[in-house]
Design a protein around this ligand. Structure first.
Ligand code: AMP
Ligand code: MG
Length: 493
């Protein structure tokens, strides 16, 4: 039998430029690797040959059993604040960076396996992942990508043929994922905690070259780097809140320097708008609640800033602190600007007025405590822009307040250049019909774990085009039925 060689072309800068930042490693051999999902579209963007990779040979590669030619598999070192407490050593305990590939436009991506076995960073863990969480991350990442929020993406999901022990016995699986990089706030913390400032500088230079090359010649490039990372985090978290996404574990090891959503664990989208929404079973105090995410992003950026102080000014630490503090203090204003700009579009405004922020704040105060479905509200608002208010009003227990808000909104629309048709059209381009509804995700994962991938594939297809309402998909539009109960997700990684 002839085997077509997969055409990965690796160009591994992390392995070659950052010796001492990782341990060269290899995956464990899986007993019977099998591809469950393969992302043809992403493969094609990356210039990979699906016909060669969506095969037994691809399964062996994506399970970690066989390293493709040109890969430099390694486990990355990182530290991190988890729920506020610092762990000096985390690192890739069950992940393996295979290497970097360039997409068709020359953009560099990491190709990483998650669940490929123990590494020197595994501590007490088994280095494995279960099928449920692997499929969950695949689905959430693809949904997020389609919602236009920066994210890592899934290239393939593979079952390993091995049983693994969690709260019960589960099927072992590996996720092959693609990210702009896996540099985290926690990567900087790892070396800063050891006072290895040369390494922090080397890492910062690498991160700047890879993600913020425009800063290379800046006189204060490390401060500019902090500003740039802050801006991307502000945009990311604004994007999350605009679709009602709760990441669930915004530990500093789960904050990507690139500004992408990374490490989908116990995450979920809200049905009803509720800033206090928490889904993770371990987040008992609501540290990572929906509405707390901007404050936590700022807290995480403060941890990054601390690692950069000796680079910002090696001789005058007070001066460095002053400069960095200004950046951190500016985060909320930056966040609010990005949030307000996004919200303007969601409520159908094409022009700017200073009072828009207050109009938007009022809206969220009206929604809070009324169990209003976040996604349906904005989608139905496009109907209200065409003069049909019924669907919006029906979402409120007490429609009195929203009626006054709609009146204020209409006054504002009179001073906006778009006509109603243009406005409704523009709103429908940014307000999704379909999001990963928790009851749909659970249903799909349960079926998949029992061997029926059909509901999962259907959901994945629905979510790949979230802004286009399609006939026959009404069942994917609404919130969970009442008997679905309070939703909890588990770190059951
Ligand atoms: P995560 O919850 O995926 O963000 O992981 C947090 C840390 O725990 C990282 O250092 C992971 O590598 C490690 N980890 C999570 N699950 C496992 C596992 N099953 N085996 C080894 N390490 C793990
Ligand atoms: Mg993580």
């Amino acid at each position: 039998m002839t085997r077509r060689d997969p055409d990965f072309i690796f160009d591994n800068t992390y392995a070659h430029q950052l010796e001492g930042f990782y341990v060269a490693w290899k995956g464990e051999e899986a007993p019977a690797p099998e591809i469950v999902l393969f992302n043809d579209d992403l493969a094609s963007d990356l210039g990979l040959d699906s016909a060669a990779l969506n095969t037994d040979h691809g399964a062996a590669i994506f399970s970690g059993s066989v390293a493709p030619e040109g890969a430099d598999p390694l486990a990355q070192a990182y530290a991190g604040h988890q729920f506020g407490g610092f762990s000096e050593q985390l690192g890739d305990g069950r992940a393996l960076l295979l290497g970097e590939v360039l997409d068709k436009s020359g953009v560099r991506y990491d190709l990483q396996l998650k669940g490929s076995g123990r590494t020197p960073f595994s501590r007490g863990g088994d280095g494995k992942a279960a099928l449920g969480p692997v499929l969950r991350e695949y689905l959430m990442g693809e949904a997020m990508h389609a919602l236009d929020v920066p994210t890592t993406r899934a290239l393939a999901a593979v079952t390993t043929g091995e049983d693994i022990v969690r709260e019960s016995v589960k099927q072992g699986a590996v996720l092959a994922r693609v990210a702009s990089s896996h540099l985290r706030v926690g990567t900087f913390q790892f070396f800063a905690a050891r006072k290895e400032w040369d390494k922090v500088r080397q890492l910062a230079d690498y991160a700047i070259e890879r993600h913020y090359p425009e800063l290379t010649g800046d006189d204060q490039k490390y401060l500019a780097f902090l500003v740039a990372v802050s801006n991307r985090q502000a945009a990311l978290v604004a994007g999350w809140l605009q679709v009602g996404f709760v990441h669930g574990v915004m530990n500093t090891d789960n904050v990507a320097i690139s500004g992408e959503t990374i490490d989908y664990g116990p995450c979920a989208f809200v049905d009803a708008y509720d800033p206090k929404a928490v889904f993770s079973s371990i987040d008992r105090r609501g540290r990572y609640a929906l509405g707390n995410q901007p404050v936590i992003a700022q807290w995480n950026l403060t941890r990054l800033a601390e690692t950069l102080l000796p680079l910002i000014d090696p001789d005058d630490s007070e001066y460095a602190i002053r400069l960095a503090t200004d950046v951190i203090n500016g985060f909320m204003d930056r966040y609010t600007d990005i949030w307000t700009a996004g919200m303007r579009t969601k409520i159908g405004l094409a022009s700017h007025e200073d009072s828009d922020a207050a109009l938007i704040d009022d809206l969220f105060s009206e929604m809070e405590g009324q169990s209003v479905d976040h996604t349906l509200f904005f989608r139905h608002l496009a109907q209200a822009a065409l003069g049909q208010d019924e669907q919006v009003l029906a979402l409120f227990d007490d429609s009195g307040k929203i009626t006054s808000w709609l009146a204020l909104w209409r006054e504002r629309l009179l001073r906006d250049p778009q006509n109603p048709d243009e406005r409704a059209k523009a709103m429908n381009l940014v307000n999704p019909v379909y999001i990963p509804r928790n009851h749909r995700v659970e249903e799909a994962l349960q079926a998949a774990e029992a061997g029926d991938m059909a509901p999962y594939r259907k959901l994945l297809e629905v979510l790949s085009d979230p802004f286009t309402k399609r006939d026959g998909l009404e069942g994917f539009e609404g919130p969970a039925p009442c008997d679905f109960g309070p939703y909890k997700t588990f770190c059951g990684t």
